[in-house]
Design a protein around this ligand. Structure first.
Ligand code: DQA
Length: 145
């Protein structure tokens, strides 16, 4: 599979912010783990991070033409209110999995609401970097690859 991992707002600070929630590994270190996992399975993976909503929308729009089979999307706090990202996911034919490192249902009330879930193929949350790996396996079954 050719996989695009998109991380949204504040995820660039992973490993530096709220370590009790997100751990102390940086985004680059987490991405290296995902890349190693993908290499082992013969998958191709690329990573994109932005704090800017419109740039995330642009990446989603470009995913099909760039040849990706699927997208993992951790939109950060945009998850909870971005109708623009929601519409972008709904607009594209590439399947998208929603991912969160933390258990969003065991935190503040506002994190229980996701405007993305209904347009994503599925959601994996609460397993740290394992959420990304779990989402890859879910998409693999879905795409039978
Ligand atoms: C997050 C959960 C969101 O609620 C939060 O705003 C984030 C990270 C996660 O990976 O657990 O920035 O998406």
């Amino acid at each position: 599979m050719k996989i695009l991992v998109i991380n949204g707002v504040n995820l660039n600070l992973t490993g530096k912010r709220e370590k009790g929630v997100y751990g102390s590994e940086t985004l680059d270190e987490l991405n290296a783990k995902i890349a190693a996992y993908c290499q082992k399975n013969g998958d191709e993976v690329a990573f994109y991070q932005s704090n800017i909503e419109g740039e995330l929308v642009n990446q989603l729009h470009a995913a099909k033409e760039a040849g990706y089979d699927c997208v993992l999307l951790n939109a950060g706090a945009f998850t909870h209110y971005s109708y623009a990202l929601r519409d972008a996911v709904a607009a594209i034919s590439v399947p998208v999995a929603e991912v969160h490192m933390s258990n969003v249902h065991a935190r503040e009330e506002f994190r229980k609401e996701s405007v993305l879930s209904s347009v994503c193929k599925g959601t994996v949350f609460g397993f740290g970097v394992g959420s990304y790996l779990g989402a890859i396996e879910g998409l693999r079954v879905l795409l039978a690859k």
